[in-house]
Design a protein around this ligand. Structure first.
Ligand code: PLP
Length: 413
């Protein structure tokens, strides 16, 4: 039985034609790509923009007075302005180009850590964090002899807010949590989390890796202090992303890395650092990546977040209902508010076996810990199978997944 979308404001077939990679066969079967939380596919508009950059204006930014360098600089800085608008930051000084979320969190953990974390201080994260929002803080704790505190989750995969409140002692200097869980799809109550932290004068970093593909982000409305995104999760190239930071923090924090671009003047006796945002952008940046990310932002804005999330919610609910009809199915992560990610296990079948057989059927899902080992340990599981949906996925593809799972059960169950 196929159910069509009742609300679709765009034509999915037309949209899919912008993603040539989706038309191929994998293991002789039409590809079903459900590994979007790991990385999304890229539309032609993004690929063409990157191609155009390399074939017409490739040169280094900010340095040359020649025409190509000026054109590249304009495109690069246009991408920064698009990123500013995308996140609704006040100024471009608050928009630092990074390699992605991991890079952005490491930057804050190092630089904020240098300035504000001392022995005995505490850093609060949550049990559902991606390793990239755990390990940089652990490294900081080791360097500074500080302590990591962890907000627990309940069985549904929601943060326990009362426990969070209890953790916020005077020693806590920063809270760093994910906006949306990559493993479970949980959308966290980040506004509430920020308000609670701010009422105790504690700044908050949000990991927006899994939010940016699905939800409109407004850093001013959230009043968040740091927000990090990765372009490749929202239809842009790999190796590019943004760290948003409130200017008052970025101004006060020391540079993360030294080199070209981040300096105003250098001598052996004294080096003067550049202004924001360049103070945090040492070396030649990923120019094509930033420009491609700007094009991915255009792609999302042309579709509109309301359309994206309404359609993806339909996919999520359709998939959840169909999966729940399967005997022995257990969905991991049943939070009230979820993005289009569904994690599951089938009784008695290792997630790796499920993933391998689905791959033989042309269906790409993720299996394992999803870089959230402590969270999967909480569920006492060897891993899960994760299907994550993007705006180009269809109800027919979900039917293929369901058929595939029935085959897996027949073969191993
Ligand atoms: N945080 C979350 C929630 C993620 O899903 C990911 C990627 O899977 C990351 C951080 C790391 O992102 P990146 O690998 O782009 O740095």
């Amino acid at each position: 039985m196929q159910s069509g979308s009742k609300i679709l404001k765009f034509d999915v077939d037309k949209l899919r034609s912008q993603f040539p990679i989706l038309t191929q066969k994998i293991n002789g079967k039409p590809l079903v790509y459900f590994d979007n939380a790991a990385t999304s596919q890229k539309p032609l508009s993004v690929l063409e923009k990157v191609y155009e950059y390399y074939t017409t204006i490739n040169s280094n930014v900010h340095r040359g007075i020649h025409t190509l360098s000026e054109k590249a600089t304009i495109e690069f800085e246009t991408a920064r302005e698009k990123s500013r608008k995308f996140l609704n930051a006040i100024s471009i000084e608050e928009i630092i180009f990074t390699k992605g979320v991991t890079d952005g969190i490491n930057l804050v953990a190092f630089s904020f850590g240098e300035k504000y974390i001392n022995a005995g201080d505490e850093i609060v994260i949550s049990e559902m964090e991606h390793h990239s929002n755990i390990v940089p803080w652990q490294m900081l704790c080791e360097r500074k002899n500080a302590k990591l505190k962890v907000i627990p989750v309940n069985e549904k995969g929601e943060l326990i807010i009362d426990e969070y409140k209890n953790l916020l002692s005077e020693k806590v200097k920063i809270v760093a949590v994910t906006h949306v869980s990559n493993s479970l799809g949980t959308i966290n109550p980040v506004k509430e989390i920020i308000e609670i932290a701010h009422s105790r004068n504690i700044p908050v970093l949000l990991d927006g890796a899994q939010a940016a593909p699905h939800l409109k982000i407004d850093v001013q409305e959230l009043d968040v202090d740091f927000y990090v995104i990765s372009s490749h999760k929202f239809y842009g190239p790999t190796g590019s992303g943004v760290l948003y930071g409130k200017e008052k923090f970025l101004e006060s924090m020391p540079p993360y890395q030294g080199g070209g671009e981040m300096i105003k003047s250098v001598s052996f006796s004294k080096t003067l650092y550049n202004e924001l945002p360049y103070k945090f952008e040492a070396g030649t940046p990923n120019i094509a990546g930033a420009i491609g990310m700007g094009s991915a932002i255009d792609f999302i804005e042309n579709l509109g977040y309301e359309n994206i999330s309404t359609y993806e919610n339909e996919l999520l609910h359709y998939a959840t209902d169909k999966l729940n009809e399967i005997d022995g199915m257990r969905i991991i992560g049943t939070a009230k508010h979820k993005a289009s990610v569904v994690s599951f296990i089938i009784n008695g079948i290792h997630p790796y076996d499920t993933g391998s057989i689905l791959d033989q059927l042309g269906i790409a899902v993720r299996t394992g810990y999803h870089c959230t080992q402590p969270l999967i340990d909480f569920y006492k599981l060897p891993g899960t199978v994760r299907a994550s949906f993007a705006v180009y996925n269809t109800f027919e593809e979900i039917d293929r997944l369901i058929e595939g799972i029935h085959k897996v059960k027949k073969m191993i169950g």
